[in-house]
Design a protein around this ligand. Structure first.
Ligand code: ATP
Ligand code: ATP
Ligand code: MG
Ligand code: MG
Lengths: 165, 161, 161, 165
């Protein structure tokens, strides 16, 4: 089970539809300050079910919708999709690849889809249970936060070990 | 349950010590329960000693030493519960060139079974990637992606689209 | 007193806007009192807009944009109350090469009247220094200092002692 | 008024007496991870009167005394001195250069000296008042903390402006 691709459309600075194919091994993402690299990381946390806007640098969830520039109007919806290879059927869905999507509208309404069928957020959580996907505390390491595990109080560090156990 | 947590804890501790020694080429590291009597609620202490040093606590380590220690703990946890993919955002920022090299050699081992997507400004890190995406903002405020292929023979990145 | 604080506040705000525009080559920035009625206790809000962007708050800016904004505010305060010397510890860590260049050009202006001691791993930053100290730990755990002189003609650092 | 030099002896990893001369303009300090660069910054904060050990990455003030390695025994005292040019007599001392020193012993006892005469910490604070030295919130920018002013709450940011006013 591996990541095949993900798509961003209207998510933060990705006003235009953008698809990123992911090969095996190591993929580097490069570019100047402020061009959108960390926004890609935020989009992955978000499509996997992030519930708190502040964990992806927003105040309200709607802040993640492209909010316009001097030249472009804001958009009214943001969508992120992640496509995961499922040829070994580890995910409990009967397709070779599974596409999970999340959308949010300006009024705060959210939609979730698995292979284009509307589902609830908890169906996505159930899909990924025990796969290691979605438990982003050690599969997504955010900018500037690598040594957070060392600064956290001893009592608060358990979560990392409990997730692995 | 207590058994599963304790067993996982011991495996992670063993992994952490081995990986730390590789990344620091020496020294020692461990994780300890702050309250052995109360395993289900105990906090977890991190002890890290780079070669020759005897730091009283983890806060007096340098920025780069802390990053490398955190990476060791991350990889130690990975060996127990690998994720199919992992996103690392500029985790090499505080590392000097030599430590980046040691980190990358270890990353290449883990990348045999996990997809790593790593955001970086560092040339050494970029040079070990199999695929490279460049993000640009030709139009202010709007992200656009271009992909490069690494011409490994020439050590140069060649724009493919 | 209210007059001194208000006057200083306005000067820093003007400096901040000018310096931000130089470092970002455009855009706009400001500082505002959160409570105009209560100047002696009011909080201070920071507004920063890189060229073409309209960020709702400062947290959605990127790592490098935040560093550059903080540098602009630091220099804005400096112009009002210069310190004879200033220590900067790896403040270029999150900046790309182009932004490091813009930061350094500004640093060179301020360095005409202030001594800057800057800790860095970045070659560009090292190349503009008039004197360079290297710290080593040949004996594990014990710091030792060596000094280098920049051979600017050759762009190389030459060990002097 | 400018910095001429400073000396570290027994401060953190500087087990051996070390003098650093400071020229006008820009001085770069370089070296591998963990070699002692940020310890130099800590020593400057400390000699200028830092009161809290946690602000220089310690738990108790005595933590800053060289605590030994596999090859060397711990030391029993740490001393840092800073020498400031005073040819324009901005500092209220009648010498061409002013040397300020601070020492700490294993039992926690502290000593302060101006030009080798014992003084109290508040004499050092009085010496530097209104000079811009010692107010380290904007003359010492610590590693990883450059954007702290942006993450602080609006109410807590006043200190930077009040110090400048
Ligand atoms: N909802 C939004 N609409 C439009 N632009 C946004 C939105 N949210 C964030 N941005 C913009 O995205 C930019 C930040 O992008 P990001 O954090 O991905 O940069 P980065 O490539 O990681 O840069 P760095 O190398 O400095 O870390 C900011 O300039 C911000 O204004
Ligand atoms: N009291 C002490 N006695 C001996 N060594 C100490 C003491 N306090 C700190 N150290 C050592 O100093 C080292 C940290 O030094 P410092 O933070 O200056 O590194 P650095 O050069 O800034 O590295 P980086 O580039 O990673 O930021 C640590 O390894 C720590 O063990
Ligand atoms: Mg970023
Ligand atoms: Mg440091």
């Amino acid at each position: 089970m591996h990541l095949k691709s993900f798509e961003l459309f209207g998510f933060k600075s990705f006003a235009d539809k953008t698809q990123i194919m992911i090969e095996p091994g190591i993929t580097a993402i490069i570019g100047p300050n402020g061009c959108g690299k960390s926004n890609i990381v935020d989009s992955v946390k978000w499509v996997l079910g992030e519930k708190q806007a502040k964990n992806i640098r927003g105040e309200k969830m709607e802040d993640i919708i492209f909010n316009g520039t001097d030249q472009r109007k804001p958009l009214s919806v943001a969508e992120v999709s992640i496509t995961i290879d499922n040829s070994n059927k580890i995910l409990d869905i009967d397709t070779e690849a599974v596409k999970v999507s999340r959308r949010i509208f300006r009024d705060g309404e959210s939609e979730y889809l698995i292979n284009k069928s509307p589902v609830r957020l908890k169906d996505i959580e159930k899909l990924f249970m025990d796969t290691g996907i979605g438990k982003t505390s050690y599969s997504v390491m955010e900018q500037g936060k690598i040594d957070m595990i060392l600064s956290t109080r001893a009592e608060d560090r358990r979560y990392l070990f409990e997730e692995a156990a | 349950s207590i058994e599963i947590f304790t067993e996982t804890f011991h495996i992670i501790r063993k992994n952490f010590s081995e990986i730390f020694k590789k990344l620091f080429q020496g020294g020692d590291a461990s994780i300890e329960l702050t309250d052995e009597e109360n395993i289900l609620e105990s906090g977890i202490e991190i002890i890290a000693m780079p070669p020759g040093k005897k730091p009283k606590n983890i806060n007096i380590l340098s920025g780069g030493e802390r990053t490398l220690t955190a990476i060791a703990l991350l990889f130690a946890t990975y060996m127990v519960r690998p994720s199919p993919f992992c996103f690392l955002d500029e985790i090499d920022a505080a590392l000097d060139e030599e430590n980046i090299g040691r980190f990358l050699r270890m990353l290449e081992q883990f990348a045999k079974s996990t997809q790593f997507i790593i955001i970086t400004h560092n040339k050494k890190t970029i040079s070990i990637a199999e695929s490279i995406y460049g993000i640009t903002m030709e139009e202010p405020g709007v992200s656009k992606i271009v992909s490069y292929r690494m011409e490994k023979s020439e050590g140069k990145a060649v724009l493919t689209s």
